[in-house]
Write a protein that binds this ligand. Structure first.
Ligand code: HEM
Length: 470
Protein backbone atom coordinates (compact mmCIF):
# COMPACT_ATOMS: atom_id res chain seq x y z
CA UNK A 1 0.00 0.00 0.00
CA UNK A 2 1.27 3.50 -0.87
CA UNK A 3 2.31 5.67 2.00
CA UNK A 4 3.34 9.37 1.86
CA UNK A 5 6.57 8.48 3.68
CA UNK A 6 7.71 6.44 0.67
CA UNK A 7 8.78 9.84 -0.72
CA UNK A 8 11.37 10.22 2.05
CA UNK A 9 15.00 9.70 1.06
CA UNK A 10 16.94 6.67 2.26
CA UNK A 11 19.16 3.83 1.09
CA UNK A 12 17.94 1.96 -2.01
CA UNK A 13 15.36 -0.75 -1.32
CA UNK A 14 15.03 -4.20 -2.88
CA UNK A 15 11.55 -5.36 -3.89
CA UNK A 16 9.61 -6.94 -0.97
CA UNK A 17 12.51 -7.27 1.51
CA UNK A 18 13.51 -3.59 1.28
CA UNK A 19 16.65 -2.86 3.32
CA UNK A 20 16.74 -6.19 5.15
CA UNK A 21 20.13 -7.24 3.77
CA UNK A 22 21.87 -3.84 4.00
CA UNK A 23 23.77 -4.72 7.15
CA UNK A 24 23.69 -8.48 6.80
CA UNK A 25 27.41 -9.29 6.90
CA UNK A 26 28.59 -6.37 8.96
CA UNK A 27 30.34 -6.64 12.32
CA UNK A 28 28.74 -4.66 15.18
CA UNK A 29 31.45 -1.99 14.72
CA UNK A 30 30.78 -1.71 10.98
CA UNK A 31 27.05 -1.50 11.60
CA UNK A 32 27.55 1.33 14.02
CA UNK A 33 29.64 3.29 11.49
CA UNK A 34 27.21 2.56 8.65
CA UNK A 35 24.30 3.96 10.67
CA UNK A 36 26.28 7.11 11.50
CA UNK A 37 27.12 7.55 7.83
CA UNK A 38 23.44 7.35 6.86
CA UNK A 39 22.65 10.27 9.17
CA UNK A 40 25.46 12.29 7.57
CA UNK A 41 24.08 11.54 4.09
CA UNK A 42 20.44 12.23 4.97
CA UNK A 43 20.72 15.37 7.04
CA UNK A 44 17.06 15.77 7.93
CA UNK A 45 15.46 12.30 8.08
CA UNK A 46 15.40 9.03 6.16
CA UNK A 47 13.28 5.93 5.78
CA UNK A 48 14.14 2.23 5.77
CA UNK A 49 11.80 -0.60 4.96
CA UNK A 50 11.92 -4.27 5.99
CA UNK A 51 9.01 -6.17 4.44
CA UNK A 52 5.94 -4.22 5.57
CA UNK A 53 7.77 -2.32 8.36
CA UNK A 54 8.60 1.29 7.52
CA UNK A 55 10.95 3.01 9.92
CA UNK A 56 11.60 6.75 9.82
CA UNK A 57 14.94 7.79 11.35
CA UNK A 58 15.24 11.30 12.79
CA UNK A 59 18.09 13.39 14.10
CA UNK A 60 17.04 17.00 13.66
CA UNK A 61 15.97 18.81 16.88
CA UNK A 62 12.75 20.10 15.27
CA UNK A 63 11.65 16.53 14.40
CA UNK A 64 12.81 15.19 17.75
CA UNK A 65 10.67 17.82 19.47
CA UNK A 66 7.54 16.79 17.55
CA UNK A 67 8.03 13.11 18.44
CA UNK A 68 9.23 13.28 22.04
CA UNK A 69 6.99 16.08 23.26
CA UNK A 70 3.82 14.43 21.89
CA UNK A 71 1.47 13.62 24.76
CA UNK A 72 -0.16 10.59 23.10
CA UNK A 73 2.58 8.98 21.00
CA UNK A 74 4.13 7.13 23.91
CA UNK A 75 4.16 3.55 22.61
CA UNK A 76 7.56 1.85 22.16
CA UNK A 77 8.35 -0.01 18.93
CA UNK A 78 8.74 -3.75 18.39
CA UNK A 79 12.45 -3.99 19.27
CA UNK A 80 11.60 -3.40 22.94
CA UNK A 81 9.50 -6.58 22.88
CA UNK A 82 12.70 -8.66 23.25
CA UNK A 83 12.84 -7.44 26.81
CA UNK A 84 9.24 -8.31 27.70
CA UNK A 85 9.80 -11.84 29.07
CA UNK A 86 12.25 -10.24 31.51
CA UNK A 87 10.74 -6.81 32.29
CA UNK A 88 7.08 -7.56 31.60
CA UNK A 89 5.14 -4.40 30.92
CA UNK A 90 6.92 -2.43 33.61
CA UNK A 91 7.37 1.31 33.23
CA UNK A 92 9.92 1.16 30.40
CA UNK A 93 7.79 -1.03 28.12
CA UNK A 94 4.18 -0.37 29.07
CA UNK A 95 1.84 2.09 27.40
CA UNK A 96 -1.61 3.66 27.72
CA UNK A 97 -3.39 3.81 31.05
CA UNK A 98 -1.17 1.16 32.65
CA UNK A 99 1.90 3.28 31.99
CA UNK A 100 0.16 6.45 33.16
CA UNK A 101 -0.97 4.97 36.51
CA UNK A 102 2.41 3.38 37.24
CA UNK A 103 4.33 6.50 36.28
CA UNK A 104 2.29 8.41 38.85
CA UNK A 105 3.03 5.92 41.65
CA UNK A 106 6.72 5.63 40.80
CA UNK A 107 7.38 9.35 40.43
CA UNK A 108 7.00 9.63 44.19
CA UNK A 109 9.93 7.20 44.57
CA UNK A 110 12.23 10.01 43.42
CA UNK A 111 10.88 12.67 45.73
CA UNK A 112 13.45 15.19 47.05
CA UNK A 113 13.59 13.66 50.57
CA UNK A 114 14.19 10.19 49.19
CA UNK A 115 16.87 11.50 46.87
CA UNK A 116 18.59 13.03 49.91
CA UNK A 117 18.65 9.60 51.52
CA UNK A 118 20.07 8.06 48.36
CA UNK A 119 22.77 10.75 48.24
CA UNK A 120 24.15 9.58 51.57
CA UNK A 121 24.14 5.99 50.31
CA UNK A 122 26.08 7.04 47.18
CA UNK A 123 28.62 8.78 49.40
CA UNK A 124 29.13 5.66 51.56
CA UNK A 125 29.45 3.48 48.48
CA UNK A 126 31.82 5.92 46.72
CA UNK A 127 34.16 5.86 49.73
CA UNK A 128 34.29 2.07 49.50
CA UNK A 129 34.93 2.30 45.76
CA UNK A 130 37.92 4.57 46.42
CA UNK A 131 39.35 1.97 48.84
CA UNK A 132 38.84 -0.73 46.24
CA UNK A 133 40.60 1.34 43.54
CA UNK A 134 43.45 2.26 45.91
CA UNK A 135 44.16 -1.44 46.45
CA UNK A 136 45.30 -1.60 42.80
CA UNK A 137 48.39 0.50 43.63
CA UNK A 138 48.17 2.63 40.51
CA UNK A 139 48.08 -0.38 38.14
CA UNK A 140 45.84 0.06 35.09
CA UNK A 141 42.40 -1.49 35.46
CA UNK A 142 39.56 -2.16 33.06
CA UNK A 143 36.88 0.20 34.33
CA UNK A 144 33.59 -0.91 32.76
CA UNK A 145 33.13 -4.05 34.93
CA UNK A 146 34.05 -2.09 38.07
CA UNK A 147 31.58 0.70 37.31
CA UNK A 148 28.79 -1.66 36.30
CA UNK A 149 29.26 -3.65 39.47
CA UNK A 150 29.11 -0.43 41.47
CA UNK A 151 25.87 0.76 39.87
CA UNK A 152 24.28 -2.67 40.25
CA UNK A 153 25.06 -2.64 43.98
CA UNK A 154 23.60 0.84 44.42
CA UNK A 155 20.42 0.18 42.44
CA UNK A 156 19.80 -3.03 44.42
CA UNK A 157 20.26 -1.16 47.64
CA UNK A 158 17.99 1.73 46.63
CA UNK A 159 15.35 -0.23 44.74
CA UNK A 160 15.18 -3.34 46.89
CA UNK A 161 16.96 -2.55 50.12
CA UNK A 162 19.30 -5.50 49.47
CA UNK A 163 23.06 -5.37 49.75
CA UNK A 164 24.38 -7.60 46.97
CA UNK A 165 27.89 -7.71 48.42
CA UNK A 166 27.07 -8.61 52.02
CA UNK A 167 23.56 -10.06 52.05
CA UNK A 168 23.93 -13.79 52.52
CA UNK A 169 20.25 -14.60 52.08
CA UNK A 170 20.20 -14.26 48.29
CA UNK A 171 22.21 -15.90 45.56
CA UNK A 172 23.79 -12.75 44.27
CA UNK A 173 26.51 -14.29 42.11
CA UNK A 174 23.92 -16.23 40.11
CA UNK A 175 21.82 -13.10 39.77
CA UNK A 176 24.66 -10.92 38.46
CA UNK A 177 25.70 -13.65 36.09
CA UNK A 178 22.14 -14.04 34.76
CA UNK A 179 21.83 -10.28 34.08
CA UNK A 180 25.01 -10.25 32.05
CA UNK A 181 24.01 -13.40 30.09
CA UNK A 182 20.61 -11.91 29.24
CA UNK A 183 22.30 -8.79 27.88
CA UNK A 184 24.61 -10.88 25.70
CA UNK A 185 21.74 -12.97 24.32
CA UNK A 186 19.75 -9.84 23.45
CA UNK A 187 22.73 -8.52 21.45
CA UNK A 188 23.06 -11.85 19.68
CA UNK A 189 19.37 -11.78 18.80
CA UNK A 190 19.38 -8.16 17.66
CA UNK A 191 21.69 -8.90 14.75
CA UNK A 192 19.82 -12.06 13.57
CA UNK A 193 16.53 -11.00 12.04
CA UNK A 194 15.09 -14.54 11.91
CA UNK A 195 15.37 -14.69 15.71
CA UNK A 196 12.98 -11.73 15.97
CA UNK A 197 10.20 -14.32 15.69
CA UNK A 198 9.53 -15.66 19.20
CA UNK A 199 8.45 -19.10 17.96
CA UNK A 200 11.88 -19.58 16.34
CA UNK A 201 13.97 -17.89 19.03
CA UNK A 202 12.36 -19.87 21.86
CA UNK A 203 13.37 -23.15 20.21
CA UNK A 204 17.07 -22.23 19.81
CA UNK A 205 19.70 -22.88 22.47
CA UNK A 206 20.01 -19.08 22.90
CA UNK A 207 16.25 -18.88 23.50
CA UNK A 208 16.37 -21.65 26.11
CA UNK A 209 19.37 -20.04 27.79
CA UNK A 210 17.47 -16.73 27.82
CA UNK A 211 14.44 -18.33 29.49
CA UNK A 212 16.63 -20.05 32.09
CA UNK A 213 18.32 -16.79 33.04
CA UNK A 214 15.02 -14.90 33.15
CA UNK A 215 13.85 -17.51 35.68
CA UNK A 216 16.93 -16.94 37.84
CA UNK A 217 16.37 -13.18 37.83
CA UNK A 218 12.67 -13.49 38.56
CA UNK A 219 13.15 -15.87 41.44
CA UNK A 220 15.82 -13.58 42.90
CA UNK A 221 13.49 -10.57 42.73
CA UNK A 222 10.56 -12.61 44.12
CA UNK A 223 12.64 -13.79 47.03
CA UNK A 224 13.65 -10.25 47.96
CA UNK A 225 10.09 -8.95 47.54
CA UNK A 226 8.63 -11.64 49.81
CA UNK A 227 11.30 -11.07 52.48
CA UNK A 228 10.82 -7.31 52.47
CA UNK A 229 7.06 -7.76 52.67
CA UNK A 230 7.35 -10.03 55.70
CA UNK A 231 9.77 -7.70 57.48
CA UNK A 232 7.48 -4.74 56.91
CA UNK A 233 4.39 -6.57 58.10
CA UNK A 234 6.21 -7.73 61.22
CA UNK A 235 7.38 -4.29 62.20
CA UNK A 236 4.09 -2.63 61.29
CA UNK A 237 2.27 -5.20 63.49
CA UNK A 238 4.54 -4.38 66.40
CA UNK A 239 4.42 -0.64 65.68
CA UNK A 240 8.22 -0.64 65.27
CA UNK A 241 10.41 1.54 63.10
CA UNK A 242 12.63 -0.66 60.97
CA UNK A 243 16.35 -0.35 61.77
CA UNK A 244 19.47 -1.43 59.92
CA UNK A 245 22.54 -3.19 61.37
CA UNK A 246 23.82 0.16 62.77
CA UNK A 247 20.47 0.83 64.45
CA UNK A 248 19.68 3.60 61.96
CA UNK A 249 16.15 4.03 60.65
CA UNK A 250 15.99 1.95 57.48
CA UNK A 251 15.88 3.91 54.21
CA UNK A 252 12.64 3.93 52.29
CA UNK A 253 13.38 2.06 49.10
CA UNK A 254 11.42 1.85 45.89
CA UNK A 255 10.10 -1.55 46.89
CA UNK A 256 8.53 -0.09 50.06
CA UNK A 257 6.58 2.43 47.99
CA UNK A 258 5.39 -0.35 45.72
CA UNK A 259 4.31 -2.43 48.72
CA UNK A 260 2.42 0.57 50.08
CA UNK A 261 0.70 0.92 46.70
CA UNK A 262 -0.13 -2.80 46.85
CA UNK A 263 -1.79 -2.30 50.24
CA UNK A 264 -3.94 0.40 48.60
CA UNK A 265 -4.67 -2.05 45.74
CA UNK A 266 -3.05 0.25 43.18
CA UNK A 267 -0.67 -2.49 42.01
CA UNK A 268 -0.46 -6.28 42.40
CA UNK A 269 2.49 -8.60 43.11
CA UNK A 270 3.13 -9.25 39.43
CA UNK A 271 3.24 -5.49 38.89
CA UNK A 272 5.75 -5.07 41.69
CA UNK A 273 7.97 -7.70 40.15
CA UNK A 274 7.83 -5.97 36.75
CA UNK A 275 8.82 -2.63 38.22
CA UNK A 276 11.59 -4.04 40.38
CA UNK A 277 13.14 -5.77 37.35
CA UNK A 278 12.66 -2.66 35.20
CA UNK A 279 14.43 -0.38 37.64
CA UNK A 280 17.30 -2.76 38.19
CA UNK A 281 17.90 -2.89 34.43
CA UNK A 282 17.24 0.78 33.57
CA UNK A 283 19.16 1.95 36.60
CA UNK A 284 22.44 0.11 36.36
CA UNK A 285 23.82 -0.46 32.86
CA UNK A 286 23.17 3.12 31.69
CA UNK A 287 24.80 4.73 34.71
CA UNK A 288 27.70 2.25 34.66
CA UNK A 289 28.58 3.10 31.06
CA UNK A 290 28.12 6.85 31.68
CA UNK A 291 30.65 6.61 34.53
CA UNK A 292 33.01 4.59 32.36
CA UNK A 293 32.96 7.09 29.49
CA UNK A 294 33.33 10.05 31.91
CA UNK A 295 36.43 8.47 33.43
CA UNK A 296 37.88 7.72 30.00
CA UNK A 297 37.43 11.36 28.92
CA UNK A 298 38.68 12.78 32.20
CA UNK A 299 41.80 10.61 32.13
CA UNK A 300 42.69 12.20 28.78
CA UNK A 301 41.90 15.73 30.04
CA UNK A 302 43.98 16.45 33.09
CA UNK A 303 42.86 20.09 33.10
CA UNK A 304 39.23 18.94 33.52
CA UNK A 305 40.17 16.79 36.52
CA UNK A 306 41.92 19.77 38.13
CA UNK A 307 38.97 22.04 37.44
CA UNK A 308 36.54 19.60 39.06
CA UNK A 309 38.75 19.47 42.11
CA UNK A 310 39.15 23.27 42.29
CA UNK A 311 35.41 23.77 42.03
CA UNK A 312 34.80 21.10 44.67
CA UNK A 313 37.16 22.82 47.12
CA UNK A 314 35.61 26.23 46.43
CA UNK A 315 32.09 24.98 47.09
CA UNK A 316 32.93 22.74 50.04
CA UNK A 317 35.51 24.92 51.90
CA UNK A 318 36.83 21.98 53.88
CA UNK A 319 33.42 20.42 54.62
CA UNK A 320 33.24 16.69 54.03
CA UNK A 321 30.01 15.48 52.50
CA UNK A 322 28.25 17.55 49.84
CA UNK A 323 24.50 18.15 50.17
CA UNK A 324 22.20 18.16 47.15
CA UNK A 325 22.41 21.95 46.92
CA UNK A 326 26.21 21.88 47.10
CA UNK A 327 26.29 19.40 44.25
CA UNK A 328 23.96 21.74 42.36
CA UNK A 329 26.54 24.53 42.76
CA UNK A 330 29.21 22.42 41.02
CA UNK A 331 28.42 23.68 37.53
CA UNK A 332 31.61 22.52 35.85
CA UNK A 333 31.16 18.98 37.15
CA UNK A 334 27.62 19.03 35.77
CA UNK A 335 28.94 20.24 32.39
CA UNK A 336 31.53 17.42 32.26
CA UNK A 337 28.82 14.81 32.77
CA UNK A 338 26.55 16.44 30.18
CA UNK A 339 29.37 16.59 27.65
CA UNK A 340 30.04 12.89 28.28
CA UNK A 341 26.37 12.07 27.75
CA UNK A 342 26.36 14.16 24.57
CA UNK A 343 29.28 12.20 23.15
CA UNK A 344 28.10 8.81 24.48
CA UNK A 345 24.31 8.89 24.96
CA UNK A 346 23.00 5.65 26.31
CA UNK A 347 20.63 4.35 24.95
CA UNK A 348 21.76 6.02 21.73
CA UNK A 349 18.36 5.76 20.03
CA UNK A 350 14.73 5.77 21.07
CA UNK A 351 12.03 3.88 19.17
CA UNK A 352 8.31 4.53 18.99
CA UNK A 353 5.37 3.30 16.97
CA UNK A 354 2.94 6.10 16.23
CA UNK A 355 -0.56 5.69 17.60
CA UNK A 356 -1.59 9.16 16.36
CA UNK A 357 -0.78 10.76 13.00
CA UNK A 358 1.91 13.43 12.94
CA UNK A 359 3.51 15.63 10.27
CA UNK A 360 7.25 16.09 9.92
CA UNK A 361 8.52 18.73 7.50
CA UNK A 362 5.20 18.69 5.65
CA UNK A 363 5.20 14.87 5.25
CA UNK A 364 2.22 13.20 6.97
CA UNK A 365 3.07 10.09 9.02
CA UNK A 366 0.24 7.75 9.79
CA UNK A 367 -0.44 5.83 12.96
CA UNK A 368 1.40 2.50 12.73
CA UNK A 369 4.63 4.04 11.37
CA UNK A 370 7.74 3.35 13.42
CA UNK A 371 9.96 6.32 14.22
CA UNK A 372 13.44 6.17 15.66
CA UNK A 373 15.17 9.14 17.28
CA UNK A 374 18.91 8.79 16.71
CA UNK A 375 20.08 10.58 19.82
CA UNK A 376 23.72 10.00 19.02
CA UNK A 377 23.51 11.63 15.57
CA UNK A 378 21.46 14.49 17.01
CA UNK A 379 24.27 15.09 19.52
CA UNK A 380 26.94 15.14 16.81
CA UNK A 381 25.25 17.69 14.53
CA UNK A 382 27.77 20.31 13.50
CA UNK A 383 25.06 22.94 13.10
CA UNK A 384 24.18 22.63 16.80
CA UNK A 385 27.48 21.51 18.32
CA UNK A 386 30.49 23.07 16.57
CA UNK A 387 33.43 20.64 16.43
CA UNK A 388 31.14 17.88 17.67
CA UNK A 389 33.90 15.27 18.12
CA UNK A 390 35.68 17.44 20.69
CA UNK A 391 35.23 17.06 24.45
CA UNK A 392 34.37 20.64 25.45
CA UNK A 393 32.33 20.77 28.68
CA UNK A 394 32.36 24.59 28.41
CA UNK A 395 29.63 24.43 25.77
CA UNK A 396 27.21 23.67 28.59
CA UNK A 397 28.40 26.65 30.63
CA UNK A 398 28.23 29.35 27.97
CA UNK A 399 24.64 28.94 26.90
CA UNK A 400 25.68 27.50 23.54
CA UNK A 401 22.78 25.05 23.55
CA UNK A 402 20.35 26.79 21.21
CA UNK A 403 17.56 24.25 20.87
CA UNK A 404 15.98 22.45 23.87
CA UNK A 405 15.70 19.24 21.84
CA UNK A 406 19.28 19.24 20.51
CA UNK A 407 20.51 17.46 23.66
CA UNK A 408 18.28 14.69 25.03
CA UNK A 409 20.40 11.99 26.72
CA UNK A 410 17.56 11.25 29.14
CA UNK A 411 14.93 11.49 26.41
CA UNK A 412 12.33 14.26 26.91
CA UNK A 413 8.60 14.79 27.19
CA UNK A 414 6.18 12.47 29.00
CA UNK A 415 8.42 9.38 28.66
CA UNK A 416 11.63 10.93 29.81
CA UNK A 417 13.95 9.10 32.20
CA UNK A 418 12.49 8.79 35.65
CA UNK A 419 15.92 8.20 37.16
CA UNK A 420 17.61 11.29 35.68
CA UNK A 421 18.23 13.08 38.99
CA UNK A 422 19.19 9.84 40.69
CA UNK A 423 21.74 9.06 37.95
CA UNK A 424 23.26 12.56 37.90
CA UNK A 425 23.66 12.48 41.66
CA UNK A 426 25.24 9.04 41.66
CA UNK A 427 27.73 10.03 38.92
CA UNK A 428 28.59 13.28 40.73
CA UNK A 429 29.25 11.44 43.95
CA UNK A 430 31.57 8.91 42.30
CA UNK A 431 33.47 11.45 40.17
CA UNK A 432 34.14 13.86 43.05
CA UNK A 433 35.41 11.02 45.24
CA UNK A 434 37.65 9.73 42.47
CA UNK A 435 39.05 13.17 41.52
CA UNK A 436 39.67 13.96 45.20
CA UNK A 437 41.72 10.82 45.67
CA UNK A 438 43.40 10.02 42.35
CA UNK A 439 44.97 11.45 39.26
CA UNK A 440 43.52 9.56 36.32
CA UNK A 441 46.03 8.53 33.69
CA UNK A 442 45.04 6.97 30.35
CA UNK A 443 46.95 4.08 28.76
CA UNK A 444 47.14 6.03 25.48
CA UNK A 445 46.83 9.80 25.04
CA UNK A 446 44.24 11.18 22.57
CA UNK A 447 42.64 7.77 22.33
CA UNK A 448 38.88 7.21 22.08
CA UNK A 449 37.41 3.76 22.31
CA UNK A 450 35.25 2.64 19.37
CA UNK A 451 31.61 2.07 20.26
CA UNK A 452 29.12 -0.53 19.12
CA UNK A 453 25.33 -0.62 18.95
CA UNK A 454 23.87 -2.92 21.53
CA UNK A 455 20.78 -2.53 23.75
CA UNK A 456 22.88 0.21 25.20
CA UNK A 457 25.90 1.91 23.61
CA UNK A 458 28.97 -0.12 24.58
CA UNK A 459 32.73 0.33 24.21
CA UNK A 460 34.03 -2.15 21.62
CA UNK A 461 37.02 -3.05 23.78
CA UNK A 462 38.07 -2.67 27.43
CA UNK A 463 39.06 0.80 28.64
CA UNK A 464 42.05 0.75 30.95
CA UNK A 465 42.88 3.63 33.30
CA UNK A 466 45.50 4.12 36.01
CA UNK A 467 44.26 5.52 39.30
CA UNK A 468 47.36 7.19 40.72
CA UNK A 469 46.82 8.22 44.37
CA UNK A 470 47.09 11.99 45.00
C1 HEM B 1 23.18 8.11 32.93
C2 HEM B 1 22.19 7.30 33.24
C3 HEM B 1 20.89 7.17 32.51
C4 HEM B 1 20.57 7.52 31.22
C5 HEM B 1 21.48 8.14 30.17
C6 HEM B 1 19.18 7.17 31.03
C7 HEM B 1 18.48 7.39 29.85
C8 HEM B 1 17.16 7.05 29.67
C9 HEM B 1 16.44 7.22 28.42
C10 HEM B 1 17.02 7.78 27.14
C11 HEM B 1 15.17 6.79 28.62
C12 HEM B 1 14.04 6.73 27.57
C13 HEM B 1 14.10 5.37 26.94
C14 HEM B 1 13.10 5.16 25.84
O1 HEM B 1 12.16 5.94 25.66
O2 HEM B 1 13.26 4.16 25.15
C15 HEM B 1 15.07 6.33 29.98
C16 HEM B 1 13.93 5.81 30.56
C17 HEM B 1 13.86 5.34 31.85
N1 HEM B 1 14.87 5.38 32.79
FE1 HEM B 1 16.73 6.11 32.53
N2 HEM B 1 18.69 6.64 32.18
C18 HEM B 1 19.69 6.63 33.12
C19 HEM B 1 19.60 6.19 34.42
C20 HEM B 1 18.46 5.72 35.02
C21 HEM B 1 18.35 5.33 36.41
C22 HEM B 1 19.48 5.42 37.43
C23 HEM B 1 17.07 4.88 36.61
C24 HEM B 1 16.42 4.38 37.86
C25 HEM B 1 16.81 4.62 39.06
C26 HEM B 1 16.38 4.99 35.34
C27 HEM B 1 15.07 4.64 35.13
C28 HEM B 1 14.39 4.81 33.95
C29 HEM B 1 13.01 4.41 33.75
C30 HEM B 1 12.10 3.73 34.78
C31 HEM B 1 12.68 4.75 32.43
C32 HEM B 1 11.32 4.55 31.75
C33 HEM B 1 10.46 5.77 31.98
C34 HEM B 1 9.11 5.72 31.28
O3 HEM B 1 9.00 5.17 30.18
O4 HEM B 1 8.17 6.27 31.85
N3 HEM B 1 17.25 5.51 34.40
N4 HEM B 1 16.29 6.50 30.60
Amino acid sequence: EDDPIDSLPGPAKLPIIGNMLDMFNMTPGEKFKYERQLSKTYKQRYMQKVFYRRIVYLHHPDDVEVVLSHSKNITKNVIYDFLKPWLGTGLLLSTGSKWYKRRKILTSAFHFDILKDFASLFEERSRRLVDQLRANNGEAISILPVMNNFTLLTICETALGTKLDTDRSVNTAAYKDAISKIGQICIYRLSRIWLYIDAIFNRTSAGREFAKNVDIIHSFADNVIVQRKEQRLNSLDKGLVERDEFNRKKRTVLLDLLLEAEAKREIDLEGIREEVNTFMFAGHDTTGTALTFSLMLLSDHEEAQERILEEYNEVMRGKETPTLSEFAEMKYLDAVIKETLRLYPNPHRIGRVLTEDITLGGVPMRAGTEVCVLTIDLHYREDFFPEPEKFRPERFLRGEIQHPYSFVPFSAGPRNCLGQKFAMLEIKSVLTHICNNFKLVPMKRNWRVETVSDIVLKPAEPIYIKFVPR
